[in-house]
Design a protein around this ligand. Structure first.
Ligand code: PEP
Ligand code: MG
Length: 560
């Protein structure tokens, strides 16, 4: 039996075979083949497999986001069997005896250049299609695994680290748990694991060895413990814990339908954070009151090219209509920092967390912003939408973003397209500047939602991605908590509501603090809703408020 200690970032027990994440090999080996006919057959088999994969992706997209979403994959299917494309590859294989992967790569470069040089923007955009289709065929030829998991049974997935773009593309039905060598608790991969309700352990370094692949592993995401080849006794203990976990869930189930009301009658809204339209089912399953943060950038991370207005519209419409009359806060694009997307072609930055990201990209590239806002407003006709801007630091940014909303509404009105006139506009408070300026910002918007992951990072000048900074990245730091109180006070003075959508919202050791300072809404991962409801129902705010506030402010005289 081998026992490994890491840092648990998503609770729960999981048991299953260990599987190492497989990354696509990007290097293409060039070779001369002896048997061109056999090489051509190799190409044809991989082409056929690519078309089959694309068909499945089209079906999945249609099911999740409608016909328009499926169109992209269907276009890729047509591209994969395009006669000119195929003949050019055949020429290189049969006449120049080039190996199939190099032939596909050369033809891809030639076609992509040809498309990119055309005047018609539609044809220019086909360059990205041919690149995407070719890389799929090359992956099949080289044996690289699309989506990282090639297993028939669900596994405990191990990786050095996973980028958000890799995590979103994983086949979730195949994952029982995550283990990563590096990573940090507030990285987006850890956040996604919590959203998916899957146990996850990070920071195990080189303790998890390739030779363990295929062997049974038990992980305890609460303790950060990993056991490979457990002995009978340990296995029994872990299975008992798993059973206990199930019983706790059953007990929490009884809280469904009950109010989030403290013993002394104060209520708070408990909403959920999601990253995809698929996440709505666990939101409703856990009886959340709404969605407090839909990280819309995950839609972009899941695409190989800018998602079209219609594609986004279908996805937002699905979330809004599935949520019925419940509030849904959709955050506009928040890429940059650790969430990099190739097709945005953003220049490499020395300090990406403080660079061109989120609202800054939207204001600098208004066409991208406009497309998203049009999709959002069109979808607003199907539910209760709130739009939220991330990474705000100044009043002028909010005004410029709001002007863009007005322009989009005017366009839709002129086009006779329906939208709701009741869309609330809010901002994330996740920079110290926004917190300090919250008295002014509150006059510009309908609500605030505090992004404590970034607020902690920027307030403490402490990189949220850096696993070595562990104890320095302290979201409980009084500087962060005092800013939250300041934001809350400023919001209420100006008659707007304020929530928390960072990971801190689910921290039960701070629930009494959030209730005491008057936070109106907490947005957490679906699995955290019922434990949070339990905590709220067990709290008597009147009894704890004075103590909480005096320890927060350090001086009782400041309370009044
Ligand atoms: C945050 O910063 O707290 C937040 C909710 O946004 P993200 O984690 O996506 O940066
Ligand atoms: Mg953030």
């Amino acid at each position: 039996m081998i026992s490994i200690q890491g840092k648990g970032v998503s609770t729960g027990i999981a048991i299953g075979p260990l599987y190492f994440y497989q990354r696509a090999k990007s290097e293409i080996v060039r070779a001369t083949v002896k048997n061109a006919e056999k090489e051509w057959e190799r190409f044809k088999a991989s082409q056929e497999k690519a078309i089959e994969q694309l068909g499945k992706l089209a079906d999945k997209a249609r099911e999740e986001a409608g016909d328009e979403a499926a169109l992209l994959f269907e276009t890729h299917q047509l591209m994969a069997e395009d006669l000119d494309y195929e003949e050019a590859i055949q020429g290189l294989i049969e006449e120049e005896f080039l190996n199939a992967e190099a032939a596909v790569s050369d033809v891809c470069a030639q076609f992509a250049e040809m498309f990119a040089s055309m005047d018609d923007p539609y044809m220019q955009a086909r360059a990205a299609d041919v690149k995407d289709v070719s890389s799929r065929i090359i992956s099949i030829l080289t044996g690289a695994v699309q989506g990282g998991i090639d297993s028939d049974v669900p596994v405990i997935l191990a990786a050095d680290d996973l980028a958000p773009s890799e995590t979103v593309q994983l086949d979730k039905s195949k994952i029982l748990g995550f283990i990563t060598e590096g990573g940090s608790g507030s990285s987006h991969t850890a956040i996604l694991a919590r959203t998916m309700g899957i146990p996850a352990i990070i920071g195990v370094g080189d303790q998890i060895k390739k030779e363990y692949e295929g062997r049974e592993v038990i992980i305890d995401g609460t303790k950060g413990q990993i056991i490979v080849d457990s002995d009978d006794n340990t296995r029994k203990v872990m299975l008992a814990k798993l059973e206990e976990q199930k019983k706790t869930r059953e007990m929490l189930e009884k809280l469904k339908g009950l109010e989030n009301k403290t013993k002394d009658g104060q209520t708070i809204r408990i909403y959920c954070n999601i990253g995809s339209p698929d996440d709505v089912a666990p939101v409703l399953g856990n009886d959340a009151g709404g969605i407090g943060l839909f990280r819309s950038e995950f839609l972009y991370l899941n695409c190989d090219d800018y998602p079209t207005e219609d594609y986004q519209f279908e996805a937002y419409k699905k979330v809004l209509s599935d949520m019925g009359d419940k509030e849904v806060v959709i955050r506009t694009l928040d890429i940059g920092a650790d969430k990099q997307i190739g097709y945005f072609d953003l220049p490499k930055e020395e300090n990406p967390a403080m660079g061109n990201r989120a609202l800054r990209i939207c204001l600098n590239r208004p066409e991208i912003f406009r497309t998203q806002l049009r999709a959002l407003y069109r979808a607003s006709a199907f539910g209760h939408l709130c739009i939220m801007f991330p990474m705000v630091t100044s009043v002028w940014e909010v005004r410029e973003a709001k002007k863009m909303c007005e322009r989009v509404k005017a366009e839709l009105t002129a086009e006779g397209k329906a939208f709701s006139n009741d869309v609330q506009i809010g901002i994330m408070i996740e920079t110290p500047a926004a917190a300090v300026m919250s008295d002014r910002l509150a006059k510009e918007v309908d609500f605030f939602s505090c992004g404590t992951n970034d607020l902690t990072q920027y307030t403490l000048a402490c990189d949220r991605q850096n696993a070595d900074l562990g104890r320095f990245f302290n979201p409980h730091h009084p500087a962060v908590l005092r800013l939250l109180k300041m934001v809350c006070d400023n919001a209420h003075k100006n008659g707007i509501w304020v929530g928390i959508c960072g990971e801190l919202g689910a921290d039960l050791s701070l629930t009494d603090t959030f209730l005491s300072i008057g936070i109106d809404e907490l947005s957490v991962s679906p699995r955290a809703v019922l434990p949070l409801r339990q905590k709220v129902r067990d709290t008597n705010v009147a009894q704890v408020r004075d103590e909480v506030l005096s320890s927060l402010l350090g001086d009782k005289t400041q309370l009044s």
